[in-house]
Design a protein around this ligand. Structure first.
Ligand SMILES: O=P(O)(O)OC[C@H]1O[C@](O)(COP(=O)(O)O)[C@@H](O)[C@@H]1O
Ligand SMILES: [Mg+2]
Ligand SMILES: [Mg+2]
Length: 323
């Protein structure tokens, strides 16, 4: 099986980017170890603090954020970091060539039940004009990302990553501590009979997505004339992993409860990396009104509605928005 280094070289990644990715993954391996210790390491449960988005931070959110922040800041490759758990950007090496955005721990509510969680990241070039504490350099559309992926802390620790030359799946071989390619160039099925959405929010959605999901649920008796199954992990990283591996459609749409919050998931470190991975695997990723990767961010913690998955099913969903 191919090692991470040779796969990245084959895909034409520059040396400094490879070294940065290896550094980032060293942090993720430490998180993986802490996660696997569970209650024994005293890492479960909530802290007394909230992040900038008003969410109660779990101990693992804070620990994972600290691990990644320290590892990346010390590496020298990174000019600045933006994280779900940091109010502002974190300045690193003024000479660093890259910017890294991450969700240190996705699926926080799963930590206490030993269920799927992960780390999501994206990497862009750092503009030379940028001061390391300047958030505006992070406001680049997803099309500028040079590498993105997630590490899934599941029964095995897996990495899904793309540098724009296909999406590859890797598995952490704990016997020597390296990630090995276990599936190169994943190709998602274009069609699917599986959807993934928090249906308890249905009454708050806009009409197009309400109608679309109603038609999925109507199955063979409805206009789609086909039965669909529903799957929900409650961690985007787990739900997207399933969609990448066997097709499906995942959505976290805009809902009307808070008009100032155009969706739940964050563009820089949740929606964009997943959109890049899925597009590179032959899938599609939209806000309902346009390609996620073309959204111009206006702030680092910006939220967007997401509809991500098998290409034909995403397009069918988008027809409801166009009606
Ligand atoms: O249970 P809800 O409210 O539908 O939210 C689930 C969503 O929230 C998230 O957990 C948000 O991410 P964090 O855990 O990083 O805050 C997503 O992974 C998931 O898809
Ligand atoms: Mg998250
Ligand atoms: Mg998180």
């Amino acid at each position: 099986m191919k090692r991470l280094n040779s796969r990245l070289q084959q895909d034409g990644a520059p040396l400094e980017l490879i070294l940065l990715i290896r550094t980032l993954l060293a942090g993720c391996k430490e998180i993986s170890f802490r996660v696997s210790q569970g209650a024994l390491a005293g890492v479960l449960g909530s802290t007394l603090s909230e992040n900038v988005q008003g969410e109660t931070q779990k101990k693992l959110d804070v620990i994972s954020n600290q691990i990644l922040k320290d590892t990346l800041a010390e590496s020298g490759y990174v000019k600045a970091i933006s994280s779900e758990e940091e109010d502002d950007v974190v300045p690193c090496n003024p000479e660093g060539k890259y910017l890294v955005s991450f969700d240190p721990l996705d699926g926080s509510s799963n930590t206490e039940i030993n269920s799927l969680i992960g780390t999501i990241f994206s990497i862009t070039h750092a503009p030379q004009w940028m001061e390391p504490d300047d958030p505006s350099a992070f406001l680049q559309p997803g099309t500028q990302i040079v590498a993105a992926g997630y590490v899934l802390y599941g029964p095995s620790t897996m990495l899904a990553m793309t540098t724009g030359r296909g999406t590859h799946l890797y598995t952490l071989d704990k016997t020597h501590g390296g990630f090995l390619v276990t599936q190169a160039n994943i190709q998602m099925p274009k069609d699917t009979a599986e959807f993934s959405i928090n249906a308890s929010n249905q009454r708050h959605w806009e009409a197009p997505i309400q109608n679309y999901v109603s038609d999925l649920i109507a199955g063979t008796e409805g206009p789609r004339q086909k039965d669909f199954n529903m799957r929900w992990v409650a961690a985007m990283v787990g739900d997207i992993h399933r969609v990448l591996c066997r097709g499906g459609i995942f959505a976290y749409p805009f809902d009307k409860r808070n008009p100032k919050m155009p969706g739940k998931l964050r563009l820089l470190y949740e929606a964009n990396p997943m959109a890049f991975l899925v597009e590179q695997a032959g899938g599609a990723a939209s806000t309902g009104h346009g390609r996620i990767m073309e959204v111009m961010p206006t702030e680092i913690h910006q939220r967007v509605p997401v509809i991500i998955g098998s290409e034909n099913e995403v397009n069918t969903c988008l027809e409801y928005y166009q009606k």
